[in-house]
Design a protein around this ligand. Structure first.
Ligand code: KG4
Ligand code: ZN
Length: 336
């Protein structure tokens, strides 16, 4: 049996029930049960999500332990996502982690979901040196974060309304695509012309973002075209998706370049579900050559919600003895 520090981590903040075991700083298992039930509703239904978490959590945890070859009696700590996220889902993960920690008499570690997305960069090599900038893009967040150390990071810019993942998903909904539409826009965009349509973009001050205007611009542009030709979306789907994707990526990148220049930081990372987007990944690779950036993109499985990233964050907190007690409560709007 491996003698390292062994932590079991649980993630349940949205519609993925996930568990992972980390041994020292290496992920030994990473199990994710995705809830397909939400697809038919066009978005995550919180009540259904928490019921699915209740059903999934025991088998997911058992599989994570089995794949890692670790018995629960060998564990050194239990970690869970404390927030931000949907209260019902967080309650399932936090209650389960608390009971396990109490039953096994182990320390409990509460993890911030967005910190964990960023710390996913330390799962595999190459790992960024400090300081670096991280564009954190998910269904609930769009932030530019200055990361100064494993547990020292600050938001320097963020969206004032919708997250970019939401903009992807809402645009997909307008096009009649199922939830979550982000990956589908990415798929169709690969064959389309990104300059087919132009959408109005509102430039925000400093390093902040706004995506609600762009969603409206997409809606009105398409309504106008569909009034002339009812098959417009169907006949031009790839070109429309490529144009939407280009618009959203250009907005993201513009502020990232501004932040990199003004802070003099050339190490740039992406994190969160939207960092799975192939257009964004390609754009960053191009920029690494053009601007001399050192770019860090996590492995695909650590971009969207997973417990490996929660385990990685918990590992760093364990080293600092940054433990929670059994009064830990889920925090849907947990501050960064
Ligand atoms: O981080 P995540 O898995 O969950 C949250 O914490 O929100 O991010 C989910 C978001 C969804 O909006 C989804 O559509 C988007 O990430 N997403 C993508 C892609 N894969 C996931 N958006 C664009 N292109 C993708 N390939
Ligand atoms: Zn996430």
């Amino acid at each position: 049996m491996n003698n390292g520090i062994k932590i079991l981590a649980i993630e349940s903040s949205c519609d993925e029930t996930a568990a992972s075991v980390i041994i020292n700083s290496k992920i030994a298992s990473n199990i994710v049960a995705t809830q397909d039930i939400h697809e038919q509703y066009g978005g995550v239904v919180p009540e259904l999500a928490s019921r699915q978490h209740q059903i999934n959590i025991v088998p997911v945890v058992e599989r994570a332990l089995k794949e890692a070859g670790v018995s629960k009696n060998d564990l050194d700590a239990i970690a869970c996502t404390q927030g931000p996220g949907l209260l019902g889902g967080l309650l399932v993960g936090v209650s389960f982690a608390k009971s396990l920690a109490q039953g096994l008499d182990l320390p409990l570690i509460g993890v911030h979901h967005m910190h964990a997305h960023i710390l996913a960069h330390f799962i595999d090599d190459p790992q960024p040196q400090f300081p670096f900038l991280c564009l954190t893009v998910s269904g609930g967040h769009t932030q530019i974060v200055l990361v100064e150390d494993y547990l020292k990071m600050k938001v320097i810019g963020q969206t004032i309304d919708d997250a970019v993942g939401e903009a992807f998903d809402k645009s997909a909904k307008i096009l009649g695509l199922p939830y979550p539409g982000g990956p589908l826009i990415d798929k169709y965009a690969k064959e389309g012309n990104p300059d087919f349509l132009k959408f109005a973009d509102v430039e925000m001050a400093n390093f902040d973002y706004s995506f609600s205007g762009i969603k409206t611009s997409i809606l009105y542009t398409l309504r106008k075209e569909v009034a002339k030709d009812p098959d417009y979306v169907e006949n031009n789907l790839s070109d429309i998706c490529a144009s939407i994707q280009k618009t959203l990526i250009d907005i993201l990148i513009k502020k990232l370049i501004k932040a990199s220049k003004s802070l003099g930081v050339n190490r740039v990372a992406i994190a969160g579900g939207v960092s799975a987007n192939s257009g964004l990944r390609n754009k960053l690779s191009q920029l690494s050559e053009k601007l001399g950036w050192e770019v860090f993109i996590p492995a695909f499985q650590y971009c969207t919600d997973n417990a490996g990233m929660i385990a990685m964050a918990a590992h760093f907190k364990y080293l600092e003895k940054d433990f929670s007690d059994l009064s830990l409560r889920p925090d849907p709007r947990m501050p960064f």
